[in-house]
Design a protein around this ligand. Structure first.
Ligand SMILES: [Ca+2]
Ligand SMILES: [Ca+2]
Ligand SMILES: [Ca+2]
Length: 234
């Protein structure tokens, strides 16, 4: 399914905003984002189509579908889910694992998914992924976000390494909707937070994808750097 949505841009940089707003409304699956953050320049490629993201992601990709986790009898049972390569957390006890669709929250792969319970407190509105090894590809399905009464700003945004902002989507949406959010970055990162600014909205995630640079690419890059250094010495 083709999804059109406004271009994302870096909320921290007026310069970035001016450049990116010039593109207007996005009509493509893949967006190139340049995020200006202090002296570093991160080039982010945004994907809103899961099939295109999966095609583009390097062969060494880790996926997490939450199928092996013990399920919870009710919502809001955990503030941390520790997996082999990533820890998922909320500020308070807002997470739970389910195998039964409820309130439009459902798995998109297998039978299990993770719910983030809405509430007035900030805890249920912010979910953080901390990677053991830095990654430069990240994607997931966001389920049942933005239905019901939209208060707050009605925005869903991502924060990469706590500094770089990407707009994911805005409310309102139908019950049970699924939004794919994926991107790659030339700068590996070890932390991403997704912030939901609709305080009372419960939502869910499934099908987490993440990957590190391909070894071949890393070797070519390292070789290029070495050659450059040798030339400079000459
Ligand atoms: Ca699943
Ligand atoms: Ca719902
Ligand atoms: Ca919802």
């Amino acid at each position: 399914m083709e999804i059109h949505q406004p271009i994302a841009y870096n909320k921290l940089s007026d310069e970035g905003n001016r450049v990116l707003k010039g593109f207007g409304v996005i009509k493509y699956h893949i967006l190139l984002l340049f995020v200006f953050c202090g002296s570093s320049l991160a080039q982010l490629t945004r994907y809103v189509d899961k099939a295109q993201f999966v095609d583009a992601v390097p062969p060494i990709v880790a996926t997490e579908s939450f199928e092996d986790l013990a399920t919870d009898a009710s919502s809001a049972q955990r503030n941390t889910i520790e997996l082999a390569q990533v820890t998922i957390s909320t500020l308070d006890t807002s997470l739970s694992v389910h195998n039964t669709p409820e309130y439009g929250q459902q798995p998109t792969d297998g039978s299990q998914y993770v719910r983030i319970s809405g509430g007035d407190e900030p805890g249920g509105r912010e979910i953080t992924f901390d990677f053991i090894t830095p990654v430069n590809w990240f994607g997931l399905n966001i389920i049942d976000w933005g239905d019901g009464t939209v208060n707050g700003s009605g925005e869903l945004v991502a924060r990469v390494d706590c500094t770089e902002y990407i707009d994911i989507t805005q409310g309102t949406k139908p019950d049970g909707n699924v939004t794919f959010f994926g991107f790659s970055s030339n700068n590996p990162f070890d932390c991403i937070t997704i912030y939901n600014d609709i305080p009372t909205d419960s939502w869910a995630i499934d099908e987490l994808y993440f990957a590190t640079p391909e070894p071949a690419t890393a070797v070519i890059f390292a070789a290029g750097t070495l050659m450059l250094a040798r030339r400079r010495k000459k």
